[in-house]
Design a protein around this ligand. Structure first.
Ligand SMILES: Nc1ncnc2c1ncn2[C@@H]1O[C@H](COP(=O)(O)OP(=O)(O)OP(=O)(O)O)[C@@H](O)[C@H]1O
Ligand SMILES: [Mg+2]
Length: 296
């Protein structure tokens, strides 16, 4: 996790708008990346983050700030590095064999990759919901939701039953499972399993929730319930959601980050702005083409 020489140059180009002409190109590029000032808890500052699989660079250096307690959508064509990028935000990327990253990810100013930082603790603070639901196969519905609490202890000191019920209600699943909490989590439908995984992630009261296409296995009603949930959570939790659904991005998010592959097939952050700007008045032609469905 070392910063390198070009890194400093890029930092300067962001921080000092009066930089010399040699930095013009960088500035031009960077001008499509909104500068966010956020001191709200759960703010994520990303500095020159790059992600690799072996020698292949899946994500080219990205620098931007995700505001705390807001919803940020990550959009872009298939293969442009969205999943890889968000997996770097809670150190899941490093669990892939041969994978590595460079640069910095700060949660509330603290480097999540710092030498004394426990990745397990980071993943509790920065929870994740995957595209494919992955309930613990040997556990009941109740135990799936309670699993993180048993592992980490209950933060708020409230009774376990109450927290499990609240998490299941938040995930819009309670009514469907309240009479069969002892049954296996895997006995639920795909959409129910996804909501179970959302409940499991919420039970530990994370500061940040990363969601990688969380609705791709859900029907329209469950999808809307999850979108409602995302809006309800946003005042308390930072949410970063990867989605291929443009309507969903515009409905749920405050900020949107648009990624695209460059000639080396590395994902690049093309534009980052308020969701309204991205969908109504994007600065980059490529963003406009993508959000209006002209490619991708
Ligand atoms: N485990 C892996 N090993 C090697 N390469 C990988 C691995 N996972 C992803 N990649 C490569 O990294 C690049 C980015 O993949 P990623 O899954 O992050 O894209 P994505 O934007 O999430 O795509 P999608 O929208 O299809 O989910 C792709 O070129 C992909 O082939
Ligand atoms: Mg993906």
């Amino acid at each position: 996790m070392t910063q390198q020489a070009p890194t400093q140059t890029q930092r300067d180009s962001r921080d000092h708008s009066g930089a010399g002409p040699s930095l013009q190109a960088t500035q031009e590029q960077r001008s499509h990346i909104a500068k966010v000032e956020s001191t709200d808890p759960g703010t994520i500052t990303i500095e020159n983050l790059e992600a690799y699989y072996g020698n292949f660079r899946a994500v080219a250096p990205v620098t931007f700030t995700i505001p705390g307690r807001k919803v940020t959508a990550v959009i872009g064509p298939s293969g442009c590095g969205k999943s890889t990028f968000i997996r770097c935000l809670n150190r899941m990327h490093e669990t892939v064999r041969g994978a590595s990253s460079r640069g910095h990810v700060l949660l509330d100013g603290e480097d999540i990759n710092g030498p004394k930082v426990d990745p397990v603790l980071i993943r509790r603070k920065i929870g994740m919901v995957f595209q494919k639901p992955n309930p613990f196969p040997t556990m009941s519905i109740y135990d799936n939701v309670a699993s993180g609490l048993k592992l980490n202890g209950i933060k708020s000191g409230r009774p376990m039953n109450e927290i499990v019920e609240q998490a299941l209600r938040q995930a819009a699943l309670w009514d469907e499972v309240k009479d069969k909490l002892k049954q296996a989590g895997t006995a639920l439908s795909g959409g129910q399993q996804q909501r179970l995984c959302i409940a499991r992630a919420l039970a530990v009261e994370p500061e940040v929730l990363l969601m990688d296409e969380p609705c791709s296995a859900l029907d329209p009603i469950a999808t809307l319930a999850i979108e409602d949930l995302i809006r309800q959570l946003a005042p308390d939790v930072t949410i970063v959601i990867v989605t291929h659904n443009m309507q969903q991005a515009s409905r749920v998010s405050d900020m949107t980050a648009f990624f695209m592959m460059n000639e080396q097939r590395s994902g690049e952050l093309v534009e980052y702005a308020t969701t309204e700007t991205i969908f109504t008045n994007p600065a980059d032609k490529r963003t406009e083409d993508y959000v209006t469905g002209r490619f991708g």
